[in-house]
Design a protein around this ligand. Structure first.
Ligand code: ADP
Ligand code: MG
Length: 684
């Protein structure tokens, strides 16, 4: 936060040699600011305590008098064990010291001593790790000492000393960065004090207070960036203000074959409101699998078309593109809205024709895969871009598509429910709409976890369901990072299933198949000509076959909870009771717990929350698409309330016109400029 401190390399601190500087660099400490903002993750407590109140196994510092001469046993040249009786009111204990024979001559009966170590109450023994004798130079007794995360080549002692030295030399340059009203509102320590005290608190409460302030600060600047970005986007007002009559959309909704859920109505309302505004909509629609997101997108696309613009719907797979094209055709047909399809498997001629029609405006809505974002795709007037199952798209792809229009509105849909904790972090720069409920009449899917040895029963069960007229998916074991092995697995399982069901048709679907073959299999499954579909996870997103009632997942523990939930969401889409069978032999408690979560709940938000608890935020999205910021001090789970405060405060700040002009706020605007959120000319 502080320019000046960032200008000094860490070498400027006394005691930091080039070799040490290199070690520090491995901890991302390059400047003095990095060094003194390298906060401890816990403290060692050297306060003297009453032994009577100490629990077995606890580490403790106690004070007493040596009672007997130490007894030393040497093991070889350097290893030793020394014991001596110490009186620690009201107990006589034995102090056990390993490899500290050099102390022998300094320990005499009658002498005062401070011992730190692990207490064994049953044997009245203290396994000593540190001693302090009268007149010793160190005086950590009675303090909390910071513990830093360090590399093997550094020691805690050196780190403590060096950070302390950094503060002595440069502490005066630490200045306040938070607005005064915020410091006052929460009764925060001034920054200088907080930076000092987090390294050297007088007591635990003070350490907490310092941390609280610094956590807030970290989260505040993070939130400020996102809110300022959003506010500027609105201020610029360079989006499309779609003009259409709400009644037209209402009519479209009345024409649907079902009644919308309250959630769907509310979310459509939010989107229509955004579409009419002159700024760019940037909205995330999250809803559990089967919540009915497609029809929400359809309503938004319909409004866009009625406002004289074109819409695009981008999806991650060709199967999904075709499926969406079909549903949109059905929904839009009565209104003469033209839907086009653009995927990688179109012939050159088809592609040329579609492109021409798009450019001339003969196609109102185009559905497609990443083929939509190639350079030769031009629109007449692109007004709305919807991306479905957004977690499959990189940010880049989305912005490329956006540039094709004149800042079209963007609606992003995901069925990976993001727990609230993560949503305000990962999507702080988006408005979020949520479909909370499923359409009525859905029967909850029954989920079971079985061992691989129960495969016979699973096969018998599939047989029964198929004989009742239903269909089944069998998802193959997942091999991380190797599509080739996934494919091999699918082929093996397909052979196995074909053998088990000689009287049924068993289909095979995997990512390496040519698109036409994939479509053919998928269509056969939809038309019930294939009863059992063996597939890799290509089936994961969006596919809608209501007659399928069984989802069998091999090696279920290899999948993330959210992915299992997605896969399970392929069934339970029709009137019949559906089942999900997780085949797994969990080896540890976490794996068992994950399966238990799946069998206990069908609620995607609950599953996401538990997934987050079990895996932590880093793993939640998978590293590739995490997009989550890394915080120095803040913890997304435990500091969630502070995150909410920081969010509200920064939202209020940027909503105040004074923020953009007043002299008080100049440091914050400079921060935004450094972060390239504000352009130079907007600063004054
Ligand atoms: P998802 O949110 O997973 O994309 P879809 O949009 O594919 O869900 O919808 C799942 C199914 O529910 C579709 O067959 C769709 O036609 C149907 N559906 C959507 N909304 C409703 C509703 N309000 N009432 C009944 N069925 C609905
Ligand atoms: Mg969907």
């Amino acid at each position: 936060m502080n320019n000046d401190l960032h200008a000094y390399p860490v070498r400027a601190v006394k005691g930091v040699t080039p070799a040490k500087a290199k070690e520090l660099e491995a901890l991302s400490i390059g400047t003095v600011a990095d060094l003194i903002e390298y906060y401890p993750f816990r403290y060692e407590d050297y306060h003297i305590r009453d032994l009577a109140a100490v629990k077995d196994g606890e580490k403790v510092t106690v004070q007493g008098k040596i009672y007997s001469e130490p007894v030393l046993q040497m093991y070889g040249r350097s290893k030793s064990r020394m014991t001596c009786k110490v009186y620690i009111d009201p107990l006589f204990i034995s102090a056990v010291m390993f490899n500290r024979h050099f102390l022998k001559d300094r320990l005499h009966p009658g002498q005062d001593i401070v011992l730190t170590g692990k207490w064994d109450g049953r044997r009245l023994q203290l396994i000593v790790s540190e001693t302090e004798l009268p007149g010793g130079s160190s005086s950590q007794t009675g303090t909390l000492q910071p513990v830093y995360s360090i590399t093997a080549a550094l020691t805690q002692k050196w780190m403590r000393k060096t950070i302390q030295q950094g503060i002595v030399q440069f502490g005066a340059l630490v200045t306040e960065v938070l607005p005064v009203p915020i410091v006052d509102k929460y009764g925060f320590m001034p920054r200088k004090q907080a930076v000092y005290r987090i390294h050297h608190p007088d007591d635990a409460a003070e350490g907490k207070q310092a941390r609280r302030r610094l956590v807030y600060e970290e989260l505040f600047f993070f939130q400020l960036k996102m809110h300022a970005f959003r506010a500027l986007q609105r201020k610029r007002a360079d989006g499309v203000a779609h003009e259409f009559d709400n009644e037209v959309v209402r009519q479209f909704v009345r024409g649907l074959p079902f009644k919308l859920t309250d959630s769907q109505k509310k979310v459509i309302g939010e989107i229509l409101h955004d579409l009419k505004q002159p700024y760019c909509m940037n909205r995330l629609l999250q809803g559990d699998v089967g919540a009915g997101k497609t029809v929400v997108a359809a309503a938004a696309l319909f409004a866009t078309v009625r406002a004289g613009c074109q819409g695009a719907l981008m999806v991650p797979t060709e199967i999904l593109a075709e499926q969406h094209k079909k549903s949109l055709d059905k929904l839009f047909e009565p209104y003469g809205v033209q839907v086009g399809l653009l995927t990688g498997s179109a012939t050159d001629r088809q592609r040329r024709e579609t492109l021409a029609a798009l450019h001339m405006g003969l196609i109102d809505v185009v559905v497609g895969t990443h083929a939509l974002i190639q350079d030769d795709v031009l629109f007449r007037k692109l007004g709305l871009v919807v991306t479905d199952e957004q977690h499959r798209f990189g940010v880049n792809q989305r912005s490329v598509l956006r540039r094709k229009g004149m800042n079209p509105d963007v609606l992003t849909m995901t069925a990976t429910p993001i727990p609230r904790t993560l949503a305000i972090t990962a999507f702080g720069d988006l408005d979020v709409s949520t479909l909370r409920e499923l359409p009525q009449g859905r029967k909850p899917i029954k989920t079971y976890a079985l061992g691989h040895d129960k495969l016979d029963r699973v096969i018998a069960f599939i047989r029964r369901e198929v004989l009742e007229g239903r269909q089944a998916y069998v998802i193959c074991p997942l091999i991380e990072e190797s599509e080739k092995l996934d494919v091999q697995n699918a082929i093996d399982v397909h052979v196995q299933m074909s053998h088990a069901f000689p009287d049924f048709r068993v289909g095979l679907l995997h990512g390496r198949m040519p698109t036409q073959e994939k479509d053919a299999v998928m269509n056969e499954f939809k038309e019930k000509r294939v009863q059992v579909l063996v597939s890799t996870t290509v089936i994961e997103v969006g596919v809608d076959v209501p007659n399928a009632t069984v989802m069998v997942i091999y090696d279920a523990i290899r999948f993330g909870l959210s992915q299992l939930h997605q896969l399970r969401g392929r069934v339970g889409r029709g009137e019949h009771q559906s089942f999900c069978i997780l085949i797994a032999d969990p080896k540890n408690e976490t794996a068992k717990e994950r399966l238990r979560v799946m069998t206990e709940t069908n609620d995607g938000f609950e599953i996401a929350r538990r997934d987050l608890e079990l895996r932590g935020p880093g793993d939640f999205f998978g590293t590739k698409q995490s997009g989550l910021p890394e915080f120095k001090l803040a913890d997304l789970m435990s500091d969630f309330e502070t995150m909410e405060q920081a969010r509200d405060d920064s939202a209020d700040l940027v909503a105040d016109p004074g923020f953009w002009t007043s002299a008080d706020m100049l440091p914050l605007r400079e921060f935004l400029q450094r972060e390239q959120i504000l352009d130079g000319e907007q600063l004054d």
